[in-house]
Design a protein around this ligand. Structure first.
Ligand code: CA
Ligand code: CA
Ligand code: CA
Length: 395
């Protein structure tokens, strides 16, 4: 029997074959594609969202310099990268909920953009959402809030400025915020009911509040370490219900109107404002104590760079080992004036040859901590000669 095949069926079969081939080629290649976006030049696409729509998970979207007036939703695991943080601008003037850039997938990397909003549009967020996302090297300006509501995410090396709130998180967990420049915002970082956040090595200056909220979930930890808080209304502003466990050390609090506003009341877990001895606590520019003694109880002979009396925020919140100079101290700055000069070197030289227990021995002169003042200590100080400034704020 002869089978009759009509022309339309042949066409459909052919089309199916072509599509299958194309699909298989893409699958077989398994090579991630990089899609180029440019607003005004030759490129695969002229809007970022079109490129995202065309991409599959694993692809990269590379966005060239330009201004992109669009709301973006990233619903796939993509690397979305701008050519230059200052020259690739995503901007919206109208209210977008929740944000201009919305990350809705896992493991997205978003990097190299300026995201600019309009603070008069209520609730306009900068970059929102995400799980296990990496949001690095972006600049978020003039938004109602800059970065928000992330879980298990890494925010690093971003600039957040002129936002009502720089980082605004509610209900997230395992958040790592580091090396960001956070200035001239209403609130630098506001966290509500966030479990296990680490806020490390950021610089907060000229904000109404550096870090605020801190209304942790049950069992949560909040670590605030190695940050610099300068000229904020309040460095840390704690309010709401009691914390669970707040750990704050090796930060510099310099010339804020108040270093810590509304410190936490006592609760199940006490707040910790230092990292024990000799690691120490924080540098407080309004600390008025002196450094003449050393040791766990600050009653042993010799200076150690730690104030001999605690820095008392209130009766429940005490830094037992306040630092005499901004963190990290410069090795060799033995008179704790924030710089290494001739007087420091001379002081070490005068104690040269002494051992722990000798009248001339002081822990602060023993730079390598081997309980003796020798040539290696002197050489380290000489190596740092000239370092440091009389101005602690180099913003
Ligand atoms: Ca001391
Ligand atoms: Ca010095
Ligand atoms: Ca030594």
């Amino acid at each position: 029997m002869r089978i009759k095949v009509s022309a339309p069926i042949v066409l459909i079969l052919l089309l199916a074959c072509v599509l299958a081939l194309k699909f298989n080629t893409r699958l077989a290649a398994a090579e991630p594609t990089t899609w180029i976006v440019d607003d005004d030049g030759p490129a695969d696409f002229h809007t970022i969202q079109e490129a995202i729509n065309a991409a599959i998970s694993g692809d990269t979207i590379y966005v060239k310099a330009g201004t992109y007036d669009e709301r973006i939703t990233i619903g796939k695991t993509l690397t979305v990268v701008g050519e230059s943080r200052d020259e690739v601008v995503i901007t919206r003037n109208v209210e977008e909920i929740p944000a201009i850039v919305n990350i809705e997938a896992y493991n997205v990397t978003f990097s190299g953009f300026t995201v600019q909003g309009n603070r008069s549009a209520p609730s306009l967020g900068g970059i929102a959402g995400g799980f296990n996302s990496t949001v690095v090297n972006n600049k978020v300006i003039n938004c109602f809030w800059g970065l928000g509501t992330f879980n298990r995410c890494n925010f690093s090396y971003n600039i957040l400025t002129n936002n009502l709130r720089g980082v605004y998180m509610t209900g997230g967990e395992e958040v790592f915020v580091s090396h960001n420049e956070i200035y001239s915002n209403g609130g630098g970082i506001y966290l509500y009911e966030v479990d296990n956040a680490v806020i490390q090595e950021n610089r907060f200056y000229n904000n109404s509040v550096g870090v605020g909220g801190l209304y942790n979930g049950p069992g949560g930890n909040m670590s605030i370490v190695e940050n610099v808080f300068t000229l904020n209304g309040a460095g840390i502003y704690c309010y709401g219900n009691p914390f669970w466990h707040l750990v704050v050390y090796h930060n510099d609090f310099i010339d804020n109107s108040v270093a810590v506003a509304e410190p936490p009341p006592p609760d199940l877990y006490e707040s910790t404002w230092d990292d024990d001895y000799p690691s120490g606590g924080n540098y407080w520019s309004d600390y008025s104590g002196v450094d003449a003694y050393s040791g766990l109880y600050q009653n042993e002979t010799g200076r150690d760079g730690i104030g001999d009396t605690p820095y008392v925020i209130d009766e429940y919140n005490i830094d037992r080992y306040p630092l005499m100079t901004a963190y990290p101290p410069i090795q060799g700055d033995v008179n704790s004036d924030g710089k290494v000069r001739v007087d420091d070197i001379l002081t070490i030289a005068l104690a040269f040859g002494s051992d722990y227990g000798d009248p001339k021995y002081e822990p602060i002169l023993d730079i390598n901590g081997d309980l003796k003042i020798r040539v290696d200590d002197l050489l380290t100080a000489v190596g740092n000669f000239g370092k440091g400034s009389s101005d602690p704020c180099q913003c």
